[in-house]
Design a protein around this ligand. Structure first.
Ligand code: NDP
Length: 387
């Protein structure tokens, strides 16, 4: 088998670890070009040494000295800072896995797209914020965008190249998160530890909180709109607590195709790494008798307003999706830092959207980043108000 090259942006995170686990199991098949982190310098150095990466980059330049001193090999190039992340993303590689969390990953993703490469996208916030700016760049530069997010990867597999005209519905499944059955009063008092204790998936802190608020599904609704443009009225969300069906496509003739699998990100990541082929993963086969039941219910938007906010933001268009994402990032960070209540996250997002001067649709990366900055400032101001 010919060796392929890979770069991983966000190599020290949860998706980064799952990707590197697959690379480790097929070591001779991969040449590792660039690995990046924000400031986990020691972890990044260990990975760069293990995988003999060509380049290791920290987004936070103040962590570059630590990275250099922790590296065992002097053959690995190092760099630090936001521009260096984009340079790493722009390095030629057969596939670039975009797994930075948040809008911080947007400029690097755009750099990988502008190189015209294949990008396996986990970093949903980048697509939510940049939307048409990103999809237009994909088109213009002849890049290939493969969805890593398990729901979008499921949809991608169910569509399998079929025309979107034949689609009646795309249904995104949602686990409902760890607080799915909690009363409004209990939600008010939910702690960060409770919110990140996801019943099915082991993920980074930010996406775990997004799962608990259902903002993750809201972001995914917007992500699906850009990846599979069937129209907003043909996208829907259903809560499926077992997380066995990762999403479904219903065709015009009444046939529904679903993708099922274990709650293990190595499955959708493997689907991207091997695409259009298949590769082995170490994941246990699906044991349906042990699972027993698959259940489904409508989302409760009274207790979890985030999916409504996301739907309204993408319907409004313009600056609203980037504003929603930025406000959510600020509010989730404040919640994780113990500064605000769980239910204040959705409140902050809604207030930021209402108070922001929602500009026309951004047409460039710089315009998206300007909206992101303005929304962060607005959200921070709202956070300082008394609850
Ligand atoms: P983690 O928090 O586990 O990891 C995030 C990675 O991004 C780390 O490598 C981190 O580096 C890096 N990073 C964080 N901030 C910055 C920054 N400002 N500049 C540069 N790099 C940065 O996140 P996850 O792996 O859970 O999620 C990554 C993305 O994938 C998110 O967009 C998430 O929504 C999406 N996703 C995740 C899934 C999962 O199962 N985890 C499933 C589907 C999608 P450092 O270690 O130095 O902080």
């Amino acid at each position: 088998m010919t060796q392929r090259s890979i770069s991983i942006l966000g190599a020290t995170g949860s998706v980064g670890a799952s990707t590197l686990d697959l690379v480790r199991r097929n070591r001779e098949q991969w040449r590792v070009v660039a690995l990046t982190a924000n400031c986990s310098a020691r972890e990044l150095a260990a990975l760069a040494d293990e995988f003999q990466a060509e380049l290791a980059v920290v987004g936070d330049e103040t962590c570059l000295a630590d990275l250099r001193s922790a590296l065992g090999s002097d053959r690995i190039e190092t760099a630090g800072g936001a521009e260096a992340l984009c340079d790493a993303a722009a390095r030629p590689a057969d596939i670039t896995v975009a797994a930075i969390v948040g809008c911080a990953g947007l400029a690097p993703v755009m750099a990988a797209i502008e190189r015209g490469g294949t990008v396996a996208l986990a970093n949903k916030e980048a697509l939510v914020s940049a939307g048409d700016v990103m999809t237009a760049a994909v088109e213009r530069h002849g890049a290939t965008l493969l969805p890593v997010d398990s729901e979008h990867n499921a949809i991608f597999q169910c569509l399998n190249g079929e025309s979107l005209d034949a689609v009646r519905w795309i249904t995104l499944t949602a686990s409902g998160g760890p607080l799915r059955e909690w009363s409004q009063e209990r939600l008010d008092a939910a702690t960060p530890a409770e919110a990140i204790a996801h019943p099915n998936w082991d993920m980074g802190a930010k996406i775990s909180v997004d799962s608990a608020t259902m903002m993750n599904k809201g972001l995914e609704f917007i992500e699906a709109h850009h990846l599979f443009p069937v129209g907003l009225d043909r996208l829907r969300i259903v809560v499926h607590p077992q997380s066995v069906i990762h999403s479904m496509v219903e065709y015009r003739d009444g046939s529904t195709l679903a993708q099922l699998g274990p709650s293990d990100m190595r499955v959708p990541i493997a689907s991207c790494l091997a695409w259009p082929d298949r590769m082995e993963t170490p994941c246990a086969p699906l044991d349906l008798p042990a699972i027993g039941e698959l259940t489904f219910m409508a989302p409760d938007e009274a207790r979890f307003p985030a999916t409504r906010l996301a739907r309204e933001a993408i319907e409004a268009g313009g600056a609203a999706p980037a504003t929603l994402n930025a406000a959510n990032e600020v509010a989730v960070a404040a919640f994780l830092a113990g500064q605000i209540k769980f239910t204040r996250i959705a409140y902050t997002v809604e207030e930021t959207l209402q108070r922001s001067n929602l500009a026309p649709p951004p047409e460039t990366l710089d315009e998206v980043l300007a909206i992101d900055r303005a929304a962060r400032a607005a959200a921070h101001a709202i956070l300082t108000e008394a609850e």
